[in-house]
Write a new protein. Sequence first.
Length: 126
Amino acid sequence: MKRLYTPLLFVAFVMFLLGSCYYDSEEALYPSLSSACDTTNVTFSGKIAPLLANNCLSCHSNATAASSGNGIRLENYADVQARAAAIAGSVKQTGTYSPMPKNGGKLKPCLITQFDIWVSKGMLNN
């Protein structure tokens, strides 16, 4: 019987080691996420439109704005340009603007910086 316990204990120990949890940082698993914030080429089509598509259009598209976006549409350049100051206040979650994204947490600082750069460079439709 003693001979049976020794191999069973060894197998149990090896299984414990193989099944143990480990921790990898997000940067190690997804190196592209850890890259520095690209602020050199901030364009509406390259940075701002994707930012809006990923964080805003679920409520503020032409199809959903009336029901869930308080009538605020952010689907095209003209809509965004007309509301740039309010968008900046909302995503920075400062002042009297309604914090956005609603119930989604604050945007990453890089995205806010990119939006600010686009505004400061004249909000070009490029």
